[in-house]
Structures are given as structure tokens and as C-alpha cells.
Design a protein around this ligand. Structure first.
Ligand code: SF4
Length: 468
């Protein structure tokens, strides 16, 4: 059987603001994971439109498409195209789970929720000629899964081919997050077996890893054992964690000892009212500054995420956020316009209040305002969002933030990482076009090398200062 797996490009990936490097970071691991359930006799073609031109002239028997909100319309077009050619078309992913009736109009079968257990069930039914229209994930486990078909990934087209996911979901329940909608009807946070995760790491070449887990420190026991197992593997890695997990116990120190060099942190907002409104409990009554100090003391760089447009934001939120990021030497910042994704509690609440003003999913890219705002006008919100990016990544602010670090090495790392990420777009474009992206990995690894501090981070007092 000829099977085609497709990740259509996100609409924003083709906007004038498109930064090709941003969409050439990670391979489509979810599709490679599902490919592992196909037969070794199947002829499989995995295509990622972010890094290659899609070939739509072929004649596959089956097509599986991963759908996010801003590639939904494009995914439906591709699905219709292949159905017209007689292929059996499957759709799955966050958007399909949020709006199954919409997706089902373009598919023979849709998958709701994570598909690791449902996909093999579907294959059995398909080969028995009784496939169903909808498969919902029931059993949530990562135990005994076959290894992802990484051989299908065109590694040289990605800066970070060694991305991996060792947990699924997250223990928290933020109102604006897809997580609860995607995992409804079963466990919403579960992990691999530590030995399986370590074996997967062992199979990956090179030194650098990027954990795409929503919350790598979410299960303390699992994370502790994983980091213990990784010690001595000579890896450097990046991942995501919440404020409370960074301040709690010594898990972050153990992560650093295992090779953690940069972490994505959802600060989102400084307003207690906004946190409460978003059910972001893990940030409440926690000192962001202490979390930042702790990470700096360990030489871990920080990618801070911030959301603009929550109901208690005012016109000053943009400058307050940018100033705080520079003052606290956040290495990189990701700003978002609040976006009520269908299926989330935020969307349901806004829908009930008649506040959803735009339903063109292409604009649900966290750059456009798609709802009726409070506290700020839609124009102020979009302008403030663009201003924040421009200001935070100005050379003067990059230099100012870099010089906040104590050690020269940390200052240089900050400068190279932040400058390299945002200031050399044409160089990145040239590297992507000439196919040398993967060769930049050693440079990334050296920027992520360890910063030594005389004082043990464990001696640094972490005060859980109550700010709310
Ligand atoms: S912590 Fe992150 S992944 Fe978890 S529910 Fe909140 S936004 Fe989603």
C-alpha cells in the first residue's frame, strides 16, 4: 500500500512576516510516530510543506494529514484533492479534535485526540474493510510503542532534527490551552517508561536534543529518573517547564546536570486577575523574578512566553512586559495576541458572551485579534504586539539584556543566541536554500555549552516570594 503522510504549512508560514528558520526547526514527529504502525511492506512518503514543495501529482492509496488551526483550510484542500483521486483520506490533530464535524466533511476517517492507540485500531479495521468514520482515543499510554520512523524524516532540512516527546499532555488546565480539549475522555498527562525514553535518546545521533513536551518537569518522579539516566550521556538539551516546577525542590538542578541549557517558560502575564481568569494556577503566588534568578544561576537560558489581550491588560502592558524581559535578561521572548482556539474553555466563554468576532481560522495565528477585546482596542492590541517584538529585539535592548548576566560566557551566549535567532534572517534564508541547515547544529551546541559558576546553585536561596 502507498501511504502519504502530510504536514501542510501553517498559513502564517507564508505571510510576509514568514521567518523560514522558525518553520524549519522541528520535523513532523507525530506523523513519523504513526508511521511506525504501518507495515514494513508499505511504501511511505512523509512530506512537510514547511521545508519542501508538496508533490500532489502522485497516486497514494491512503493519505494522513495533520491539521492545526492555521493550516486547516489548506489541509482540507489537499484532502479534497486526494479524495477526488480515490485515495482514502485520514485527518487528525488539534483542530480536528476541536471541530470534528468540520473536518469530517473532508475525510473518510477522522482521529480525535492522540492517535497512538486509535491508529493501529483503524489499520486493523481498514484491512478488514470495515473502517469507521471516527476514531476517538480511549487508552492513553506510551508504553511499548514502536520507535518513531525517523528514517522517513529529511534530517538535513531541519535545524533541530533531534526533537522528541517523552510525555504527553500536561498536568495543568489553562483556559486558553488546547490541552484539555485534545485529551478529553481520558488521561491528559502520561509518560513513557524511563528506559524507553533513554533508549530513544541513545538512538539519536549527535549531542543536541529538543524535548517538545508541554511540561518536561510535569511528573517529578519520571523527570528525576530521566535526568539521572541522562547524566553522563554528554547531551545538551532544551525543553519547557512551568514557573512552579522551576521553583520547587531541586529538579531544575538535576535537569541542568543532565544537560538542560535552555527552557521555555510560560510567564504569560503579570496580572493576578489575568492569571485567575486563565486558570493559570501554576503561576499564581510565584515570584517570576526568583524563577529567573534560579535559571540564570544555573546558566540555563530562558525563552519566555507572554500573552497580550487578556481582559485585565491595559495600554501599558506592552512596555511593562518588554522592560521586565530586558531587566531580567530573558534570552528570547515569544509574544502572542490572546487567541481563543475552538474547543478551549476560553473559546466557550467568549462564545457564550458573544465575543468571537472572526471565525477565519487562518487568522487564529496569535498575531491577529479575533475577539472583542476589553481594556484595549483591537488596534491597540495588534500594534502593541508588533511594537513589543520590535522593541525587545532591538540591538540596544539585546546588548542591555546580555550585560545583565554575571559571567562573560553567559553574556556572550545570550548575545549570540538572541542575535543569531533574530538578527541574521537573510543568512538563515541562504543556509536553508543551500541545504546546509543541519550543518549549523554544532554552532548551536557550542552556544548551549555549560556555563560554570563558582557558587553552587544549590546554595542560592530561592524565596517563594508571594506576589499575588
Ligand atoms: S501549562 Fe502550558 S501546556 Fe499545560 S495547560 Fe497550561 S498552557 Fe497548556
Amino acid at each position: 500500500m502507498k501511504v502519504k503522510l502530510i504536514l501542510p504549512a501553517l498559513t502564517e508560514a507564508e505571510s510576509p512576516f514568514w521567518r523560514p528558520i522558525k518553520y524549519s526547526l522541528f520535523p513532523p514527529l507525530g506523523l513519523a510516530t504513526l508511521a511506525a504502525f504501518l507495515s514494513p511492506d508499505d511504501e511511505i512518503d512523509l512530506q512537510d510543506q514547511h521545508v519542501e514543495q508538496l508533490n500532489l501529482d502522485d497516486e497514494p492509496d491512503m493519505v494522513l494529514i495533520q491539521v492545526y488551526i492555521t493550516n486547516a483550510f489548506r489541509a482540507y484542500k489537499i484532502a479534497d484533492h486526494y479524495r477526488a483521486k480515490g485515495a482514502y483520506v485520514l485527518l487528525g490533530g488539534l483542530h480536528v479534535t476541536a471541530l470534528p464535524e468540520e473536518a469530517a466533511q473532508h475525510a473518510d476517517t477522522v482521529f480525535l485526540g492522540p492517535a497512538e492507540e486509535a491508529f493501529p485500531r483503524f489499520l486493523e479495521d481498514y484491512h478488514a474493510k470495515r473502517p469507521r468514520k471516527v476514531y476517538r482515543s480511549f487508552i492513553r499510554t506510551l508504553h511499548n510503542l514502536p520507535p518513531a520512523r525517523r528514517d522517513l524524516i529529511k534530517r538535513n532540512r531541519y535545524l533541530v532534527p533531534n526533537s522528541l516527546v517523552v510525555t504527553r499532555g500536561c498536568p495543568h488546565h489553562c483556559d486558553f490551552c488546547y490541552k484539555d480539549a485534545f485529551y478529553q475522555g481520558g488521561k491528559s498527562f502520561y509518560t513513557q517508561l524511563v528506559d524507553d525514553a533513554l533508549a530513544e535518546i541513545d538512538r539519536l545521533p549527535g549531542k543536541h536534543l529538543y524535548f517538545l513536551d508541554d511540561h518536561l518537569l510535569g511528573n517529578k518522579r519520571f523527570a528525576g529518573e530521566l535526568f539521572a539516566g541522562m547524566k553522563g550521556m554528554n547531551r545538551v538539551f532544551q525543553g519547557a517547564a512551568t514557573i512552579d516546577s522551576i521553583l520547587d525542590d531541586d529538579l531544575i538542578e538535576r535537569a541542568e546536570e543532565a544537560g538542560l541549557r535552555s527552557v521555555f517558560v510560560g510567564f504569560e502575564t503579570f496580572s493576578p486577575e489575568n492569571l485567575r481568569q486563565s486558570n493559570k494556577k501554576q503561576n499564581m503566588a510565584k515570584s517570576y523574578a526568583d524563577a529567573v534568578r534560579r535559571l540564570h544561576s544555573l546558566g540555563i537560558m530562558i525563552n519566555g512566553s507572554f500573552v497580550f489581550g487578556l481582559d485585565h491588560d491595559d495600554k501599558d502592558v506592552f512596555s511593562r512586559t518588554v522592560d521586565w524581559g530586558i531587566e531580567n535578561a530573558i534570552t528570547t521572548a515569544t509574544f502572542h495576541v490572546l487567541t481563543p482556539y475552538p474547543g478551549t474553555r476560553l473559546y466557550q466563554n467568549m462564545e457564550a458572551e458573544g465575543r468571537i468576532s472572526i471565525r477565519n481560522w487562518d487568522l487564529y495565528d496569535t498575531r491577529h485579534v479575533v475577539y472583542k477585546t476589553r481594556g484595549l482596542t483591537a488596534v491597540e492590541l495588534e500594534q502593541g504586539y508588533h511594537w513589543a517584538y520590535k522593541e525587545f529585539y532591538s540591538w540596544s535592548n539585546i546588548l542591555e539584556a546580555s550585560f545583565k548576566h554575571d559571567s562573560v560566557k553567559h553574556r556572550l551566549k545570550h548575545l549570540f543566541y538572541m542575535g543569531g535567532w533574530k538578527k541574521f534572517e537573510s543568512l538563515w534564508n541562504f543556509i536553508i536554500k543551500t541545504g546546509g541547515l543541519n550543518e549549523m547544529l554544532p554552532m548551536l551546541e557550542s552556544i548551549l555549552s555549560k556555563v560554570e559558576y563558582k557558587e553552587s546553585s544549590r546554595k542560592i536561596e530561592i524565596r517563594e516570594r508571594v506576589i499575588i
